[in-house]
Design a protein around this ligand. Structure first.
Ligand code: ATP
Ligand code: MG
Length: 118
């Protein structure tokens, strides 16, 4: 199993959720997060000439983070779908991180591993 963590633009969350549902991946967790990437937050250009402009930077930008635990064989299509929905070519399109997961358990039934993900 893999965990796919995708940090995406706030306004892409509904379309991402729908696209994942269509490929058979309905289960996910959404987190409200604040982060910064390569651009180190957001500079507000029209204010950059002003005294105190340093304080006019938005140091952390609100984003949405989705966490999905999926079967190994589903990871590739999940990543592809997230890219399809979120890639605009502009900075801030997001990041995807993938990690191994040891186990999953459905509490209601006691199913484990891939069985718990179906
Ligand atoms: N190396 C990282 N570790 C943890 N979180 C990160 C990392 N890089 C980016 N993030 C998170 O991902 C969010 C989105 O990043 P973003 O899309 O701006 O990536 P980027 O590397 O700056 O790419 P781009 O140049 O396309 O903007 C950030 O706001 C931050 O929350
Ligand atoms: Mg960026």
């Amino acid at each position: 199993m893999k965990e796919i963590l995708a940090i995406i633009q706030m306004n892409k969350i509904d379309a991402t959720k729908e696209a994942l549902n269509i490929i058979g991946i309905p289960s996910l967790t959404v987190h409200i997060v604040y982060g910064r990437g390569k651009q180190r937050g957001l500079r507000i250009p029209n204010l950059s000439q002003l005294e105190g402009a340093d304080q006019m930077r938005m140091k952390f930008i609100p984003k949405r983070m989705i966490s999905l635990i999926v079967k190994d064989g589903d990871a590739e299509k999940v990543i592809k779908t997230i890219i399809e929905v979120n890639q605009t070519g502009q900075v801030g399109d997001g990041r995807i991180f993938v990690s191994p997961i040891d186990n999953a358990v459905r509490v209601r039934t006691g199913e484990e591993g891939n069985e718990a993900l179906g």
